[in-house]
Design a protein around this ligand. Structure first.
Ligand code: FPP
Length: 277
């Protein structure tokens, strides 16, 4: 459940408030992760350069984060720059994304403070340019005492490389004699993930209609509900986050077990067994 002290429903837009009013407060997700896709297409549809799509995408990041903070969402994790983006996109685009990230952090720090947002990062961030890392640390330190939404940006992130890093950490623990290989548990693996300090996502949103996971939070989304929208990321707003949460609340989460509506099925199976026997 959200910490009610941090709710700022009065700051939602009237349209957002209408959707929020339809939500069940006891079934709000703790952690929403988003694959932000479609910046390039958004720009292409307007005959603009891809860079402008990324710029509008950064604007959407701020607006969605602020809505998340108003409804008291504890964890919001955004896929902002993948390892694959870093390796496979033209250098000019990668450099632009790095500059955009720096500018984004500089110009939105006050808004993060006003919205009580704490900033964190996951990924091989030590491989990013030094001046970007410096700005990231600056924003993380400045927001460290905020108690509202934790906004985690996945930067130079890949799900498989996160697992490689986790397994290396486990191997080091084994070498040091603190863990026996035949006693490794799921919790031990979890402890070594970048996300060890947060709950697994309840809801994963992907924009721009692609039905892919794209190497995002592979371990963590084992039982996450997935919501895919055709909307391109630069057009995504807080109201769309609330609509995705409304859809999430209609799902039945079963974690491999039987759902609430399974009682009749059980009785039917029992009868069939008796008749057959
Ligand atoms: C996908 O668009 C988006 C990304 C490369 C990552 C997300 C980046 C942003 C939202 C902008 C910067 C973010 C911050 C936090 C400053 P795409 O280029 O793959 O779009 P396309 O598939 O339509 O080409």
């Amino acid at each position: 459940m959200f910490p009610s002290g941090t709710l700022r429903i009065h700051d939602l837009t009237p349209e957002e408030r209408t959707v929020y009013a339809s939500l069940k407060p006891e079934r709000l997700p703790q952690h929403v992760a988003i694959i932000m896709d479609g910046n390039g297409r958004w720009a292409g549809h307007r005959s603009l350069k891809r860079f402008l799509g990324h710029q509008q995408g950064a604007n959407a990041v701020q607006l969605v984060t602020e809505t998340a903070s108003r409804i008291g969402l504890p964890w919001l994790t955004l896929y902002a720059f993948s390892l694959e983006n870093n390796l496979r996109r033209p250098r000019a685009e990668v450099n632009f994304l790095m500059r955009l990230l720096k500018t984004y952090l500089e110009s939105n720090l006050q808004r993060m403070m006003d919205n009580n947002v704490r900033m964190k990062y996951i990924g091989r961030t030590h491989e990013l340019p030094a001046e970007v890392q410096e700005k990231m640390r600056w924003a993380e330190d400045a927001t460290a005492r905020n108690t509202g939404t934790t906004l985690t940006l996945a930067l130079n992130y890949g799900g498989r490389s996160e697992m490689v890093d986790a397994f290396r950490g486990l191997a080091a623990e084994i070498r040091s004699g603190h863990l026996s290989p035949d006693r490794i548990t799921e919790q031990d693996i979890h402890r070594h993930l970048y996300t060890a300090h947060m709950p697994d996502p309840d809801l994963l949103i992907r924009t721009s209609g692609e039905m892919r996971i794209s190497n995002y939070l592979l371990w963590q989304i084992a039982y996450t509900e997935i919501f895919v929208t055709e909307r391109l990321w630069p057009d995504f707003r807080g109201i769309h986050l609330l609509e995705a949460i409304a859809d999430f609340q209609c799902r039945e989460r079963r974690y491999g077990g039987l759902g609430e509506a399974s009682g009749e099925v059980d009785e039917e199976a029992e009868r069939v067994k008796i008749v057959a026997g």
